[in-house]
Structure formats: structure tokens, C-alpha cells
Ligand binder design. Structure first.
Ligand code: ATP
Ligand code: MG
Length: 539
């Protein structure tokens, strides 16, 4: 705590000591620093069993970098990676970094309009994709970008392997730590996805905060096999799976898409030890009956992030995975991305709680502020989470105004997430500032009500949003998916009144649900976040 003349600033730090971080070198140099020791070790394994060693991966990335250079890509130019999880995704990312160029990553399932919007915003000169997506890339009058496909190239496109087969020596490029290396986009949960500028320095800092030091906060080992089923075009997998694994020298198992049986087979076959997950995957691992058919004792660690984890999943999870630790981390694209990580994942683990999103990473300051007054708050008091450190973004892409709103003059990034820190320095997320429902002067956190609803055996999934109300301003209403197990006779289906009652019994009056809308599915983003804006539009 620092005391000014009349005000105390409450600053939260990691329980782990700060460490020296070598963040003035290029990202690829830092990530591949142990290449001589690990060059023969497996770096990537694909779903169909192809293995690339660290040596192979580094060579393929360099060759593609050479190819891009021969196509005219220079320092600062942007290339778009429009691919599912695949070795070429990884090679393209490193190739851009090696040239001092910048990659932007996008969901290949995006529509024509979504892709073109990101392509224009980032001014991408090259798009790396598959032939099946080429129809979504229309050039305007003159050709502004080159399309490279990793499979058989259609007309006017180039082939990834041919581009990689060019001659020459990679030029020496002068990379500044504050140069952009990647432009990921936020998930678009609360509005349009926002382009985020992450630099060599931000990503190295955040990797070191997780996996470096004598007692790394996220202990990954060379022998680990890390499941990569979350899409690499989102910062969670890009950073926590791909970048951190490369630094550590462990193996990444690339899955192109989520399919439960295929996942279980691969985990069993390759003895996956680390699973980076989002809450729906944790629920599936804990509850789906088919999980019982596989031998999954290799899993030692499951990290959940991206969205709030269902309460009381503990018992179901541990009855199946008694040897594994399940904990959470909190991240956002703008914060490079990891804000906090459970110290239960440390090399010398500490006792932590499942419901917490972990403790703030090392070499970082965090504070919780009163959203109205801006003053910092002590332990056990909810407010907006702010963080300051060398890992946070340089800014939003071409948007100074939005950047100035997110990062204040003192360098604090305002996350828009509401939470508090308990006496054990663990962070608990209450909800997003923007999503709090305002019932008169009271605030209702949708995440809390969703947690309650999902704990009901007849409810499979739920989302709570505000509905305009003449008297209260806003009232909470719920979209509810009934569970399939309660479907064995229509009379069993849970009714609107039963749902309302179930909640009303457990909450204060202003949190009571005013209306229940039964639906077949809750709309979610590619990594499983509730698309509340779509639900609000339905009301
Ligand atoms: P947009 O900013 O475009 O509206 P987004 O905020 O969902 O979308 P991301 O950067 O992918 O885009 O996600 C960051 C957000 O995800 C965080 O601000 C937080 O609200 C949420 N989040 C991440 N991890 C957790 C977690 N463990 N528990 C609860 N929420 C989480
Ligand atoms: Mg956000």
C-alpha cells in the first residue's frame, strides 16, 4: 500500500517475487531460446498423427519467412492467418515475427463481410488460408493482397509449400521491443471485435510471467503434451498454448475442431497432460458419459479461462480425474492476455480456490477501483479490475480514442471486469461492468444468476440479460435451455414458474427473474462466451 497525502492506494501484487524478464529481444528469439536443447523433441502433433520436431518447426517457419520476403513482405507489413489449428498456422505466425512483420489472426468460419472488415482494418498484404475459404476473399478493382493456400491452390492463389521452397538468406531485421508482432481481435462479446496491438515486449513479458523463474506460476514441463483444441485465432490458445509451450519446449497437440470423441481418443493416444479449456469443455469432461470409456490418467492439469466456470463442478471433475488439478486463469486480449493465474498451477503450488480466477501475475500491479469515484479499494471489496505492467497492449488498432479510454495516463488498463481480491490474494470475478443489470439503484450480476440456474438438474444452460422496465429501469430475464435428461416425458419439463421459484428462494428480491424464455441453445462465440447482444436483440 502506498499512502499519498490524504488517500491510500491499494495495490495488489503476486505472492511470487518479481523476476528479471529479457523482453528487449524479438519474440521468436525468446520463444526458441532453448532450440539447441529441444530441436529433436516433438513440437507439434496433428490430429492425424504427423509430428514436427522443434527443429522442423523452426526450419519450416524460416523457409516460409524467406518465401514471404521474396513476395515483398517487409518489416511492419501485416499478413492474415485465416486457418484452423494447423502446423501452417504456427509456421506463418513465426515467419511474420522473424521478418519483423505482423500477423493478424481470424476465424476461418467468418463470413465474407467479417473477413473483409478485418482485412481492411489491418491492411493485410497476404492471406494464408485453405482453398475452401478463398471464395470469401474478393479483391477490389486492383489486387491488394496475395492469397496463399496450404492445400491445392485455386486460380490466382499460391501454394504454401511452393512459397516455402524459395532460395535466399533471411535478412537481418532490426526489431524494436515496442514493434507490433500480432493483431488479435477481441471476441466481440459486448460489441464489435476490437483490433488489439500486441508487441514483442508485451508477449514476452506475459510468457515470462507465466512460465519463467524458479517457481513459475504456470508450471509446464518439457515432457508435457498440451491439448490445443481452442482456436489459435483467439489469444487464449495463441498465448497460453502455442507461445508458452514453445518457450518451455513441450509438445502441442493440434486439433482442428472440437469433437468430443476425437478429443478423447487423442488425449488417450498421445497421453495429453495439460488441457487448456473453456468452461463448456470442463463441463463436458466432468459430465459426458463417453468420457468414462477412455483411459485419461495422463491429464495432470486443466486450466479454465475465457468465461466464468460453473460452480460445484469440482466433485464431478475430481471423481473422474482424481490426479488432476482444475483451476482458472483470467485474461483479456488487451492485457496481453493473462491478468491472473491460479497459484495452484505453480511449480511449488499453493492452496487456492476453484471459484477464483487466480492471483495477479508477477511483475505487475493490480488495483480494484470504485467505478464511480475511481478511488482504489481494499481487500474483499468489489470494483473494476485495473492492471499495469509491460505486457499490456500498445493500444487498439487505429483507435486513439478507444485506447485513451482503456489505458489511463498513469498506464492502468481498465479491464471492464468487476471483481474483488480475498484475503488469500485470490481474484473473484463478479461480472462485466457493462453487463451489470441496473434494477433501480441495485446491481444484478448476470453471471451469478446464470451460475445458480445451471446448478439446477433440469437446466442445461442459461443466460441472463436485462429487459427494459418502466418502474425498475431494468429487470433480469433468463434464456434457459432445458436439460435433455428431463425430456423423457413432456410432463417432466421444468416450467417458467418453477425456474422463477428456484431462483427467488435463493436471492434477494431485486435479483428475481421476471421472465423465462425457453430456447434450444444459447448463442456463443467460437470460444464459448455468451453472445448477450444477440439475446438482447431478441427481447
Ligand atoms: P469484447 O471485448 O470484444 O466485447 P471479450 O471481452 O469477450 O469481447 P476477450 O478479450 O476474448 O473478448 O475476453 C476477455 C474477457 O473474458 C474478460 O474481460 C472477462 O470478462 C472474460 N473472462 C476471461 N477469463 C475469465 C474467467 N476465468 N472468468 C470469468 N470471465 C473471464
Ligand atoms: Mg473485452
Amino acid at each position: 500500500q502506498k499512502t499519498n497525502s490524504n488517500q491510500t492506494t491499494h495495490i495488489f501484487k503476486s505472492k511470487l517475487p518479481d523476476i528479471p524478464i529479457n523482453n528487449t529481444i524479438p519474440l521468436h528469439t525468446y520463444a526458441f531460446q532453448n532450440l539447441p536443447q529441444v530441436s529433436h523433441r516433438p513440437c507439434l502433433i496433428t490430429g492425424d498423427g504427423k509430428t514436427y520436431t522443434y527443429g522442423d518447426t523452426h526450419r519450416a517457419s524460416r523457409s516460409f519467412a524467406m518465401g514471404l520476403f521474396n513476395l515483398g513482405i517487409r518489416k511492419g507489413d501485416v499478413i492474415m492467418i485465416l486457418l484452423p489449428n494447423s502446423p501452417e498456422f504456427v509456421f506463418s505466425f513465426w515467419a511474420a515475427s522473424m521478418l519483423g512483420a505482423v500477423s493478424t489472426v481470424a476465424n476461418p468460419s467468418y463470413t465474407f463481410a467479417e473477413i473483409m472488415k478485418q482485412l481492411k482494418a489491418t491492411n493485410s498484404k497476404i492471406v494464408i488460408t485453405r482453398a475452401m475459404h478463398v471464395h470469401k476473399l474478393k479483391q477490389e478493382e486492383k489486387n491488394t493482397f496475395i492469397v496463399i493456400t496450404v492445400d491445392n491452390p485455386p486460380e490466382n492463389c499460391m501454394s504454401f509449400s511452393v512459397v516455402s521452397r524459395t532460395e535466399g538468406t533471411l535478412p537481418e531485421v532490426d526489431i524494436d521491443p515496442d514493434d507490433a508482432v500480432t493483431l488479435p481481435f477481441s471476441s466481440g462479446t459486448t460489441g464489435s471485435p476490437k483490433g488489439v496491438v500486441l508487441t514483442h515486449k508485451s508477449l514476452i513479458t506475459n510468457m515470462a510471467q507465466l512460465v519463467d523463474g524458479e517457481n513459475p506460476n504456470l508450471h509446464m514441463k518439457e515432457e508435457d503434451v498440451v491439448l490445443c483444441v481452442l482456436p489459435l485465432f483467439h489469444i487464449f490458445a495463441l498465448h497460453c498454448v502455442m507461445l508458452c509451450s514453445t518457450r518451455v519446449g513441450c509438445t502441442v497437440l493440434l486439433m482442428e475442431k472440437f469433437e468430443m470423441r476425437a478429443l478423447l481418443e487423442l488425449v488417450e493416444k498421445h497421453r495429453v497432460s495439460v488441457v487448456m479449456a473453456v468452461p463448456p469443455l470442463v463441463v463436458a469432461l466432468s459430465k459426458n458419459p463417453e468420457v468414462e470409456e477412455y483411459e485419461l490418467s495422463s491429464i495432470r492439469m486443466v486450466l479454465s479461462g475465457g468465461a466464468p466456470l460453473a460452480k460445484n463442478i469440482d466433485k464431478a471433475f475430481h471423481s473422474r480425474f482424481p490426479q488432476a488439478i482444475l483451476r482458472q486463469g483470467l485474461g483479456m486480449t488487451e492485457s496481453g492476455p493473462v491478468i491472473s493465474m491460479s497459484l495452484g498451477f505453480a511449480k511449488y503450488p499453493m492452496t487456492t480456490k476453484l471459484e477464483s480466477c487466480g492471483s495477479v501475475v508477477r511483475n505487475t500491479e493490480m488495483k480494484i477501483i470504485d467505478p464511480l469515484t475511481g478511488s482504489s479499494l481494499p481487500y474483499n471489496t468489489s470494483g473494476e479490475i485495473c492492471i499495469r505492467g509491460q505486457q499490456i497492449m500498445k493500444g487498439y488498432l487505429n483507435d486513439e480514442k478507444a485506447t485513451a479510454e482503456a489505458i489511463d495516463e498513469e498506464g492502468w488498463l481498465h479491464t471492464g471486469d468487476v471483481g474483488y481480491v480475498d484475503n488469500n490474494d485470490e481474484i473473484f470475478i463478479v461480472d462485466r461492468l457493462k453487463e451489470l443489470i441496473k434494477f433501480k439503484a441495485f446491481q444484478v450480476a448476470p453471471a451469478e444468476l446464470e451460475g445458480l440456474l445451471r446448478s439446477h438438474p433440469s437446466i442445461e444452460d442459461a443466460a441472463v440479460v436485462p429487459q427494459k422496465d418502466d418502474v425498475a429501469g431494468e429487470v433480469p430475464v433468463a434464456f434457459v435451455v432445458r436439460s435433455s435428461t428431463s425430456n423423457n416425458g413432456n410432463s417432466d419439463l421444468i416450467t417458467e414458474d418453477a425456474v422463477k421459484d428456484f431462483v427467488a428462494k435463493q436471492v434477494v428480491f431485486y435479483k428475481r427473474l421476471k421472465r423465462i424464455i425457453f430456447v434450444d441453445e444459447i448463442p456463443k462465440t467460437a470460444i464459448g462466451k455468451i453472445l448477450r447482444k444477440e439475446l438482447k436483440a431478441k427481447l
